[in-house]
Write a protein that binds this ligand. Structure first.
Ligand code: C2O
Ligand code: CU
Length: 459
């Protein structure tokens, strides 16, 4: 398998996009949206929860009545959710039961280089690998996924993705909706053939939206508040989520709770990003179903039934303050672009494709840096690129010469950069770890083509 020239706007790639536009038909809103099961530790010690998880092929019912061959964590197309408690360590032992190498990256995790799932640090078929996660960071919605160099897009597309939640006491005291009312929802798209097999073709042909691994499902909800942890695991898509004007109270982004809730009627989530909202269904009982829309496209139906008791949850006016911005001592420019003169095209960061043997930048432990992330792609190939960095979260200072957007709020590890746009971010490398970490475009088809670089944290 080699990286392919996917990930490009159809309008600029001629009819190639339409040529393989095979698709599947099904009755929407007939499957119930599942909530991925929480993984149970196989062992717990005084300070560590130990899990085991096989990586294996399976068949899953993504389209009603059809069986889709997929790659899975533990047999589930949305892998089991790992729930960690801040301050307690997690160890996950993965066994690669596939016929190809894989590895696991904890997206958003503050972990040592050996546990980060470096694209060249792989688990060979038949081998077992334990990853250790310290969970010393803020409570937040993270996710785990494959990061095999050149194959990450294919592997994630076929199902190697799951939630990893860090929780803590401080967050529980806020009295946000919890338990059955705290629901992780993974959004992504896919293309299927008429038999329900996944087609890994042109991104614009991925017209079926999967919500927790089901094509356009429904979710019964009670007339009360819910917390939804929304994750965009699509290889390439920007969701514009709304419930037809219903207020969405945004409470968290990639790195955890915001300083204060923000009322919005739409949230924008690019590939790799997370956003958390609280929705109150109480005013909507008895008025027929509501839909979660991507733009104008309904992707999930909510069936609202009367509440089964009093809703004691709420959203406080003040959540968790952001860390103070220290004065930056280093400024860098990171330019993302695609060289379309080659077949397949090559993804570039600062003019160079990924080279695992090259350290692109060195960063001093403890330093505060400002990076100007630039998307240099121009017409006729105006690609968008979500920028992601491993190891830590950053704050967005602004876009182009102006302020940031609502979706930039809070602590971020992934930020959308439109064609010819730029985003200024600031981060403090307040980390106990030294070594190499990735930064890259989070359209995995672009990182597979080379739009990835590595920084080395030095003392
Ligand atoms: Cu979600 Cu380097 O990736
Ligand atoms: Cu990109």
């Amino acid at each position: 398998l080699t990286p392919t020239a996917n990930g490009h706007h159809a309008g600029h790639m001629g009819s190639a996009a339409l040529a393989d536009a095979t698709t599947v038909t099904f009755a929407p809103f007939t499957q119930r949206m599942p909530v991925p099961a929480t993984l149970t530790p196989s062992q717990t010690t005084a300070d560590t929860d130990i899990y085991t998880l096989p990586i294996r092929t399976a068949e899953a019912e993504l389209i009603p009545g059809l069986r889709t061959p997929v790659l899975t964590y533990g047999g589930q197309f949305v892998g089991p959710t790992i729930r960690a408690e801040k301050g307690r360590r997690t160890q996950v032992t993965f066994t690669n039961e596939l016929d190809r190498p894989t590895n696991v990256h904890l997206h958003g995790g503050h972990v040592s280089p050996e546990n980060d799932g470096h694209p060249m640090d792989l688990i060979a078929p038949g081998q077992t690998r334990a990853y250790a996660y310290p969970n010393a960071q803020r409570a937040s919605t993270l996710w785990y996924h494959d990061h095999t160099h050149g194959l990450e897009a294919d592997h994630i597309y076929r199902g190697l993705h799951g939630f990893y939640l860090i929780e803590d006491k401080a967050e529980r005291r806020f009295n946000l909706p919890e338990g059955a009312y705290d629901v992780p929802i993974m959004l992504r798209n896919a293309q299927f053939d008429e038999n329900g097999a996944l087609v890994f073709g042109h991104p614009d042909n991925r017209t079926t939206t999967l919500v927790n691994g089901k094509a356009q499902p429904y979710l019964p909800v009670a007339a009360r508040r819910y917390r939804f942890r929304l994750l965009n695991s699509a290889l390439k898509h920007v969701y514009q989520l709304n419930i037809g004007g219903v207020p969405l109270t945004k409470i968290a982004s990639d790195g955890g709770l915001l300083p204060a809730p923000v009322e919005q009627t739409e949230v924008v989530v690019s590939s790799g990003e997370r956003v958390e909202i609280v929705v109150d269904f109480a005013p909507h009982v008895g008025h027929g179903p509501l839909y979660l829309y991507d733009g104008e496209n309904p992707i999930l139906r909510f069936d609202v039934s009367p509440a089964d008791g009093r809703d004691r949850s709420g959203v406080p006016d003040v959540l968790v303050p952001l860390p103070a911005l220290a004065a930056a001592t280093v400024e860098r420019t990171v330019v993302m672009s695609m060289d379309m003169s080659l077949r397949p095209p090559i993804g570039l960061i600062n003019g160079r494709p990924f080279d695992p043997n090259r350290v692109d930048i060195q960063v001093m432990q403890g330093a505060t840096e400002i990076w100007n992330i630039v998307n240099a792609d121009v017409s006729p190939f105006p690609f968008d690129h979500p920028f992601h960095t491993h190891l830590l979260q950053f704050q967005v200072l602004g876009r182009d010469t102006g302020p940031s957007l609502p979706e930039d709020a809070g602590l971020k590890d992934t930020v959308y950069v439109p064609p010819l746009g730029s985003v200024r971010i600031q981060m403090t490398f307040d980390t106990p770890y030294l070594g190499r970490y990735m930064y890259h475009c989070h359209f995995p088809e672009h990182s597979a083509l080379g739009m990835m670089a590595q920084m080395e944290i030095i003392p």
